[in-house]
Design a protein around this ligand. Structure first.
Ligand code: KIV
Length: 262
């Protein structure tokens, strides 16, 4: 089973690794059997499964529901539960309590939280719960950022992000997601901190890379961001399959004899 100590060792050895999102049992099984070492039950379940425009509406109860399904499907991967908007920002006690629920009630091994919340990260780590940080384009701050924009393009913002990454490292996080930042900023952070960085839209220099599963397999409708590479066209394939089924039903060719009981 992958642990946070494996990730630390991989960083020291220069070994790169993949992380993917999963929100349900069959996807978790597929990723786990395929040897994906880190699975994130992302709050992006809001956009990809629940049909919301942003990640803001998703609740703790919804996150736990999906996290439980994932933990039933994955046996080898390190499982990270994404703390939803307003499950941690209001204060230490609530942050610790909600982080603890991911481990106690949903079989997660760690939690992720967005932004430079040093005191909250430190408090959760002190409670014995491993924390993954997340800096750069943090979708829970979409309104504060004025949209989904690449962050830390200016020198001052890049310096600030580097300082936040170092401060989060001091708070005890075991890894750090870097989202939507220029490649050279991600490289500088990766070279500076000792915890593994995991990039998404942050160029090739991070220690690990994460993609949203639904993007990777082409399940989502509409345009994909520049940083996404689709490795399959499941939306097209599933559409073809359901249409073929409907056509056969309408033509009276399904069910046929091999698919019927005598
Ligand atoms: O929720 C999510 O999918 C994420 C990843 C993009 C890192 O936070």
């Amino acid at each position: 089973m992958t642990t946070i100590h494996d990730l630390a060792a991989w960083k020291r050895e220069g070994r790169r690794f993949a992380m993917l999102t999963a929100y349900d049992f069959p996807t978790a099984q597929i990723l786990d059997r395929a040897g994906i070492p880190v699975i994130l039950v992302g709050d992006s379940v809001a956009n990809n499964v629940l049909g919301y425009d942003t990640t803001l509406p998703v609740t703790m109860e919804e996150m736990l529901h999906h996290a439980r399904a994932v933990s039933r499907g994955a046996k080898e991967a390190l499982l990270v539960g994404d703390m939803p908007f307003m499950s941690y920002q209001a204060g230490r006690d609530e942050a610790i309590r909600n982080a603890g629920r991911f481990l106690k009630e949903a079989g997660m091994h760690a939690v992720k939280l967005e932004g430079p919340h040093l005191d909250l990260a430190e408090a959760i780590v002190a409670a014995g719960i491993p924390v993954m940080g997340h800096l750069g384009l943090t979708p829970q701050s979409v309104h504060a950022m004025g949209g989904y924009r690449v962050q830390a393009r200016e020198d001052e913002a890049a310096q600030r992000l580097l300082a936040e990454a170092q401060a989060l490292e001091k708070s005890g996080i075991f890894s750090l997601v870097l989202e939507g930042i220029p490649s050279d900023v991600a490289r500088r952070v990766t070279e500076t901190v000792t915890v593994p960085t995991i990039g998404i839209g942050a160029g090739p220099s991070c220690d690990g890379q994460v993609l949203v599963f639904h993007d990777l397999v082409g399940l989502r409708e509409g345009r994909y961001p520049k940083f996404v590479k689709t490795y399959a066209d499941l939306r097209g394939e599933v559409t073809r399959a359901v249409r073929a089924f409907a056509d056969e039903v309408e033509a009276g060719t399904f069910p046929d004899e091999p698919h019927s009981y005598s």
